[in-house]
Write a protein that binds this ligand. Structure first.
Ligand code: SAM
Ligand code: SF4
Length: 354
């Protein structure tokens, strides 16, 4: 695909209108095949880069989709829209009681999508086996440090032992590969980056550092404060030898590096300094039934109204699929974080799904 600088794609002929195809195509030639479903906006941690300590309003109960409603939307996405991968996220998806049922339903769809989970791992110790039995293929666990005091101050909860137990339970349940996502904050947990990498290597986990994005509810993000991919790599190079890994990156957001010339890899997701919007194949569904074509987009398309209409189910499914296609057709070329007029999304990360 043609690109202008910083990973932003060049539009196709806009006057032509949306082609009559089933999949989730946009005006820039991208096709969304990876659906991120945020099953709840609630969380049992309060990571400083994501949620405020208190005072965030939850979505009203009557606006939240039921397990059956979410399953139906996922079914439409796979049957009509070419979705190949479903990732459950949140808020904290393990707080959603219908998760095993949702995963079980997704695993019965044809063609069978890849099913993954992004979680803070609290509660995984008890549920890993059931989730694996339901059909969970892969898991991404968010863990920013293996130092208990730093974990407690970053998440505002002293729950590191529960996270580590959740990781062990995933291994025992045969869920894999396990990846760990970490956000490094200057002066907070950057000094522990090498310890975290050592822990991940020791547990056969691929660690990926994510540049902190301006999507915290406290609106405290500042470009000058953020640890860039270059700084993250420099911190790791103080104790490890990193070389670019040879596997092609494709639409995967992480740039991978080999560690000490071993089979172990570490990744860096440079969403801010090296955006990969031109290769984006994602679409998001919120817990209250809205489609978002971008984490940072200003536009949302409500599907809940259609879903709850009294019209015949088949006709409603087709209408939902069409509205979903229109949402993606309007997807913007990039997230615009580096633009002077950038506006924070109206919803916090915990209500969109990371
Ligand atoms: N609660 C689950 C978890 O933490 O894995 C799922 C939802 S959380 C919003 C998904 C991912 O978003 C986590 O890996 C988290 O580190 C990341 N995240 C949250 N706020 C972020 C920010 N401001 N910048 C970069 N990543 C962020
Ligand atoms: Fe909760 Fe995940 Fe946000 Fe942390 S990053 S507050 S675990 S939703």
């Amino acid at each position: 695909m043609d690109m202008i600088p910083l990973g932003i794609p060049v539009p196709r002929d806009l006057s032509a209108g949306r082609p009559d195809v089933g999949g989730l195509v946009d005006r820039f030639g991208r096709v969304a095949t990876d659906l991120r479903v945020s099953v709840t906006d609630r969380c049992n941690l309060r990571c400083t880069y994501c949620m405020p300590a208190e005072g965030l309003d939850w979505m009203p109960e009557d606006e939240l989709l039921s397990t059956a409603e979410m399953s139906r939307l996922i079914g439409i996405a796979v049957a009509h829209l070419g979705i190949e991968e479903i990732r459950f996220t949140g808020g904290e998806p393990l707080l959603f009681h219908g998760l095993e049922e949702l995963i079980g339903g997704a695993a019965e769809l044809l063609p069978r999508p890849q099913i993954s989970l992004t979680t803070n791992a609290i509660g995984l110790e008890r549920r890993a086996k059931a989730l694996a039995a339901a059909g969970l293929d892969r898991v991404n666990i968010s863990l920013d440090t293996v130092d208990r005091a730093t974990f407690a101050s970053m998440t505002r909860r002293d729950r590191l032992p529960a996270v580590l137990a959740g990781i062990d339970a995933c291994h025992a349940a045969g869920i894999g590969p396990i990846k760990v996502n970490a956000v490094l904050m200057r002066g907070v947990n950057d000094g522990g980056a090498c310890d975290l990498l050592r822990y991940c290597i020791g547990h056969d986990i691929e660690l990926r550092f994510i540049e902190q994005m301006p999507i915290d509810s406290d609106n405290a993000w500042a470009a000058q404060e953020m640890m860039t991919a270059e700084e993250i790599l420099a911190a790791l190079r103080s104790e490890f030898t990193l070389r670019p890994a040879s596997e092609p990156r494709g639409s995967a957001p992480a740039e991978l590096w080999t560690v000490d010339d071993s089979r172990h890899r570490v990744g860096v997701i440079a969403s801010v300094t090296r955006p990969f919007c031109g290769d984006c194949d994602r679409v998001r569904l919120t817990a209250d039934g809205s489609v978002r074509s971008c984490l940072f987009g200003a536009e949302e398309f409500d599907l809940r109204g259609l879903l709850r209409s009294a019209d015949p189910e088949d006709a409603v499914d087709l209408a939902i699929a069409q509205r979903w296609r229109e949402a993606l057709w309007r997807k913007q070329p990039g997230h615009g974080i580096n633009d002077p007029g950038f506006l924070h999304p109206t919803r916090p990360m915990s209500a969109i799904g990371g």
